[in-house]
Design a protein around this ligand. Structure first.
Ligand code: NAI
Length: 308
């Protein structure tokens, strides 16, 4: 199975590294516009093969899309990241042009591929990719919920003082500091509602920390994060290539689900070899429904910026 990652920067290269060492794909192509950069990252990752014990072929390319031919999955991580104080939304103008061109180029050589969109503002970039390529909706997947969910579970585990892998939780809605919805009501510690262990105030703090999780890291690092984003993309790609049918909140095109239409927004999806195989309808309570509707409105108005 072949994966192309367009944008060999922090997130793209970390994702390639995780896909290689976890043996998720047989071949990875990293592509970037910076002369020699993707080749360098690919060579560096290749040289971990014998120490980490994988046989994945990892190559790099400076803007030569013919090298990406026949990819089963293409990940778009090209574009500019946030700087401290910026919102994801402020990236729209530059990243829209990049994402649209990249999607056109990859489809020339991999017409049957599934596209995973990572570049921000991710919900809008996913919508743009869907509309500009005309691909069926199951083949365009925005990655945000996997990352936001992993941050949510990390903060929950810290508040509970329990191992992160004993905690279950999900974040739906838009992938923005004010639009994401950590579903604290449904979060569990080994199947037991976390509300049995944490106070309302403690849960509210976990939710608030999750929502600004990306901004917190941008403030600390001076640019946006890459380990958790790269690992989250690899997790999603694994479910596609190995048909794992994991339930992962992803930004996908909705037609009536959760009461919304004509946007891409984070909803729980079964992800397998056909991409988005099912959108799962979880029963939200009235407060959660209101938050979801508000989040959808915010995503919709962001998409309006594509028209200007
Ligand atoms: P980065 O600046 O480290 O890497 C971006 C790479 O894209 C650079 O190497 C650049 O040369 C390349 N690039 C720019 N235009 C290109 C083009 N037309 N064709 C090919 N390559 C091109 O940025 P980083 O940190 O890797 O972030 C990438 C994107 O992912 C940003 O938009 C960031 O906001 C987003 N992001 C999304 C997350 C999510 O959860 N959806 C999480 C983290 C980052």
């Amino acid at each position: 199975m072949k994966v192309t990652i367009v944008g060999a920067g922090n997130v793209g290269a970390t994702c390639a590294d995780a896909i290689a060492y976890r043996r998720i794909a047989s071949e990875i192509v990293l592509l970037d516009i910076r002369e020699g950069f993707a080749e360098g990252k690919a060579l560096d990752i290749s040289q971990t093969a014998t120490t980490l014990g994988f046989n994945t072929k990892v190559t790099g390319s400076t803007n030569d899309y013919s090298k990406t031919a026949g990819s089963d999955v293409v990940v778009i991580t090209s574009g500019i990241p946030r700087k401290p104080g910026m919102t994801r939304e402020e990236l729209i103008g530059i990243n829209a042009g990049i994402v649209k061109t990249v999607a056109e180029n990859v489809l020339k050589f991999s017409p049957d591929t599934i596209i995973v969109v990572v570049s921000n503002p991710m919900d809008t970039m996913t919508y743009l990719t869907l509309k500009s390529t005309g691909l069926p909706k199951n083949r365009i997947i925005g990655m945000g919920g996997a990352l936001d969910g992993s941050r949510f579970k990390t903060y929950l585990s810290q508040a509970l003082d329990k191992p992160a892998n004993d905690v279950q939780g999900m974040v739906i809605g838009g992938h923005g500091d004010t639009t994401m919805i950590p579903l604290t009501r449904l979060a569990t510690y080994n199947g037991i509602p976390v509300s049995q262990f944490l106070s309302v105030e403690e849960l509210a703090k976990v939710a608030a920390d999750t929502m600004v999780g990306g901004a917190t890291l941008t403030g600390l690092l001076g640019t946006s994060a890459w380990y958790a984003p790269g690992a989250s993309v690899a997790y999603l790609v694994d479910s596609i290539l190995n048909d794992q049918k994991k339930l992962i909140p992803c930004s996908v095109f909705v037609e009536g689900e959760y009461g919304q239409n004509d946007i891409c927004i984070g909803v729980p999806c079964v992800i397998g070899k056909n991409g988005v195989e099912k959108i799962v309808d979880i029963q939200l309570n009235d407060a959660e429904k209101t938050l979801f509707a508000k989040s959808a409105d915010a995503v919709r108005s962001m998409n309006d910026a594509l028209k200007s």
